[in-house]
Design a binder for this molecule. Structure first.
Ligand code: NAD
Length: 328
C-alpha cells in the first residue's frame, strides 16, 4: 500500500532532499510549504500543497486529502539574527505553526512525527562534544522556539500518543550528488555556499568573522553533516517510529570540527580556485567551537555519516552551485 508522508518545508533545502530520500525509500512525499523561503521547482518527488502552518483549516484539508501515515516537519524560520531582532515572528511561525500542525496531525490520527530540531537548543557550550544528555540552554529566540516545540511534542506524546523522533544537528552542507536539488537560500547565510559565491564572483569576497578565537588557527570550529546523510537519518527515524520503537531524541553530527580556515583551504583544493577573503571582527553570539556526537544514532538507527567528509560536501555543493538553482 502506498504510504504518504507529509513533509512540511519540502520546498526548502533539507526538505527537498528529504522528499528525494523518501521517494527512493518507497514513500510518497507530500510537500506542504508556503514558499516564504522555498522554491516551487524544488518540489520534484511528489505532490505539492501550497499552505502556511498558521492556517489550521488548510492543514486539516491536506491531512484529509492525503491521509499521511507520518509527518516530517522541516518548515521553520531559522535565521538567528532575524530571530533576535523580531522574536514575535519566530515564536508565531515556529511555535504556533508547529502547534497547529501537531493538533491537526493528532485530530487526523496521524501519530508519527519526525522533527527537525537543532543543536542551537544547547546554546553556547564551547569545548563539549554535544550529545542527547547535554542540558539544553538556548541563547536566542530561534533555539528557544525549537526547544519549545520539542517540549510540545513531549506533552502531546503523553496525552495523545503522538510518537516523535527529534533530530538535533548543526551545519548541514552539500547537495544531492545527482544534481536534482541543492542548497539555494536567499539570503544565504551558510559558510560553504557563501564561499562558493565568492569563488565564482557572485559576491566580491567571503568575510571571515574573527581570527583571534582560542582555536588552532584562530577561526571558529563547526561540525558539518552532508545533507544526504542527514535525510538518510530522517528516513531511518521514520522507520524507527513505524516499527513501534517510540519517541526518541537523536543528535546528528560527525564529532569532528572544521575551522573556517580549514573549510576555505579545502575549497581551494576542490575547486582549484582562490577564495577572495575579507577579515572582520568576531560576531556577537558566535561560539568558539560547536561539535556534536552521534553515538546513539549509530547504535540505534544504524546511521553513519558516510558522505560527510569536507571534500565531498564541498565538491557536491560546488557542482550544484555551478549548474543548479530554483525559481518560485
Ligand atoms: N540548514 C541547516 O544547517 C540546519 C541546521 C539545523 C537545523 N535546521 C532546521 O532544518 C529545517 C530545514 O532547514 P533548511 O535549511 O532546509 O531551511 P529552508 O528555509 O531552506 O526550508 C524551510 C522551508 O519551510 C518553509 N516554511 C517556513 N515557514 C513556513 C510556514 N509557516 N508554513 C509553511 N512553510 C513554511 C519555507 O518556505 C522553506 O521552504 C528547519 O526547521 C531548520 O531549523 C537546519
Amino acid at each position: 500500500m502506498v504510504q504518504h508522508v507529509l513533509v512540511t518545508g519540502g520546498a526548502g533545502y533539507i526538505g527537498a532532499h528529504a522528499c528525494k530520500a523518501l521517494k527512493a525509500a518507497g514513500y510518497v512525499p507530500v510537500t506542504f510549504d508556503n514558499l516564504v523561503n522555498g522554491w516551487q521547482d524544488a518540489v520534484k518527488f511528489g505532490p505539492f500543497e501550497h499552505g502556511d502552518l498558521a492556517d489550521r483549516d488548510r492543514l486539516d484539508g491536506v491531512f484529509d486529502r492525503w491521509k499521511p501515515t507520518a509527518v516530517m516537519h522541516f518548515a521553520a524560520l531559522s535565521l538567528v539574527g532575524d530571530a533576535m531582532r523580531d522574536p514575535g515572528t519566530y515564536w508565531r511561525a515556529n511555535v504556533l505553526g508547529s502547534l497547529n500542525l501537531i493538533e491537526a496531525a493528532v485530530a487526523a490520527g496521524c501519530l508519527n512525527l519526525v522533527f527537525s530540531s537543532t543543536c542551537a537548543t544547547y546554546g553556547d557550550q564551547d569545548g563539549v562534544v554535544l550529545n542527547e544528555d547535554t542540558p539544553q540552554a538556548p541563547i536566542n529566540a530561534y533555539g528557544k522556539s525549537k526547544q519549545a516545540i520539542e517540549q510540545m511534542l513531549g506533552d502531546f506524546g503523553a496525552s495523545h500518543g503522538l510518537q516523535s523522533v527529534i533530530f538535533r544537528y548543526f551545519n548541514v552542507a552539500g547537495a544531492d550528488p545527482e544534481g536534482e536539488v541543492g542548497e539555494f537560500h536567499q539570503p544565504e547565510t551558510h559558510l560553504i555556499p557563501l564561499m562558493l559565491d565568492a569563488i565564482d564572483g557572485r559576491r566580491p569576497a567571503l568575510t571571515v568573522f574573527g581570527t583571534d578565537y582560542p582555536t588552532a588557527d584562530g577561526t571558529c570550529v563547526r561540525d558539518y553533516v552532508h545533507v544526504m546523510d542527514l535525510v538518510d537519518a530522517h528516513v531511518r527515524g521514520l522507520k524507527w517510529l513505524q516499527s513501534g520503537n517510540g519517541s526518541r531524541v537523536f543528535c546528528l553530527g560527525t564529532g569532528t570540527g572544521f575551522s573556517v580556515r580549514e573549510v576555505i583551504d579545502q575549497s581551494r583544493k576542490v575547486t582549484n580556485r582562490e577564495v577572495p577573503l575579507i577579515y572582520g571582527d568576531r560576531r556577537a553570539g558566535d561560539a568558539v567551537s560547536l561539535v556534536c556526537g552521534s553515538a546513539r544514532a549509530a547504535k540505534e538507527l544504524g546511521w553513519q555519516p558516510v558522505n560527510s567528509n569536507m571534500a565531498t560536501m564541498i565538491a557536491d555543493a560546488w557542482r550544484w552551485h555551478q549548474n543548479g538553482g530554483f525559481t518560485k
